[in-house]
Design a protein around this ligand. Structure first.
Ligand SMILES: Cc1cc2nc3c(=O)[nH]c(=O)nc-3n(C[C@H](O)[C@H](O)[C@H](O)COP(=O)(O)O)c2cc1C
Length: 224
C-alpha cells in the first residue's frame, strides 16, 4: 500500500470519493472503469474459424495505440467457465482478425452479434449483414460498416485467467470512399461512429469540434 504523499490542507479533496481498487470486487472495478473511461470506441471484430466460418462480435475494451507500427488492442474476457470466446479462439487459431467500425445505422445489427450464439453459428447471417473478402487476411469485413481495419495478431497478453489483451498490427484499411478526402482527412460526422458509455449506454460522435494544440511559443505569446 502506497502511503498518502502529502495531506490535502485545502479541503479540495473533500469533493472526491476515492475507491481503492484492492478493496473492490472485480465486478465493482468493472462498473467504475467502464463508467469513467468514456466514451470507448467499439471494435466490431470479424474472424473466421479454421473451417472458414465467419464470426462477429463487438468489443469496447478497444483502442488504437500506435501508428508506426500500426497497433491496436482489444480486451477479450473469457466466459465464466474461463473458456475463450469465439473471437479470442479464432484469433489464436488463425492469427488474423478485422476490426469494423460501428456507426449509428448499425446499432441493432452490432448488438445482435453480441448475443451468445453457439460457436459456428453464423452471427453475421443472423444479423442480416453481408461480408466482403479481406485483402490480406482471411477474415472478411462487414459491407454495412463505414470502415474496417484488417489486422494480424502481433501478440496476445494473457493478463489473467479471465482476460486476454490482443494486440493486432493493422495491415489495411477499407473506408467508404465518401468519408475520406485526398488529404486523408476522415469525415467524423459522416463516419457517425458509436461510442460505448457505462452500463448499457452509447453515444454518437456526430458533435465534434477542432482544437489544435499550440506550440509552446504560441501558448506563451497568448499569455504575455
Ligand atoms: C457494445 C459492446 C461492447 C462489448 N465489449 C466487450 C469487451 O470489450 N470485451 C468482451 O469480452 N466482451 C465484450 N462484449 C460482449 C461480447 O460482444 C459478447 O460476449 C459476444 O457474444 C462475444 O462473441 P464471440 O463469442 O462470438 O466472440 C461487448 C458487447 C457489446 C454489446
Amino acid at each position: 500500500m502506497t502511503p498518502d504523499m502529502s495531506p490535502d490542507t485545502t479541503g479540495a479533496a473533500d469533493a472526491f470519493t476515492r475507491f481503492d481498487f484492492a478493496a473492490l470486487s472485480p465486478k465493482d472495478r468493472y462498473k467504475l472503469l467502464i463508467g469513467t473511461v468514456v466514451p470507448r470506441p467499439i471494435a466490431w471484430v470479424t474472424t473466421v474459424d479454421p473451417e472458414g466460418r465467419v464470426n462477429a462480435a463487438p468489443f469496447s475494451f478497444f483502442n488504437v495505440l500506435s501508428a508506426d507500427p500500426a497497433i491496436l488492442a482489444i480486451g477479450v474476457e473469457n466466459h465464466d467457465d474461463l473458456s475463450q470466446k469465439d473471437t479470442a479462439r479464432n484469433i489464436r487459431l488463425t492469427g488474423e482478425f478485422t476490426v469494423n467500425i460501428v456507426d449509428f445505422a448499425n446499432l441493432e445489427t452490432m448488438n445482435t452479434t453480441a448475443v451468445a450464439f453457439p460457436a459456428g453459428e453464423d452471427e453475421v447471417a443472423a444479423a442480416g449483414l453481408t461480408v466482403l473478402p479481406g485483402k490480406h487476411v482471411k477474415s472478411p469485413f462487414i459491407a454495412e460498416a463505414p470502415a474496417a481495419l484488417e489486422c494480424r495478431r502481433h501478440i496476445t497478453l494473457e493478463i489473467g485467467p479471465s482476460r486476454a489483451i490482443v494486440l493486432g498490427e493493422v495491415v489495411a484499411l477499407h473506408i467508404r470512399s465518401s468519408l475520406v478526402n485526398e488529404r486523408l482527412h476522415v469525415d467524423p460526422v459522416g463516419l457517425d461512429a458509436l461510442g460505448r458509455m457505462g452500463g448499457h449506454g452509447y453515444c454518437r460522435s456526430g458533435e465534434t469540434f477542432d482544437l489544435a494544440t499550440p506550440s509552446l511559443a504560441a501558448w506563451r505569446a497568448e499569455r504575455s
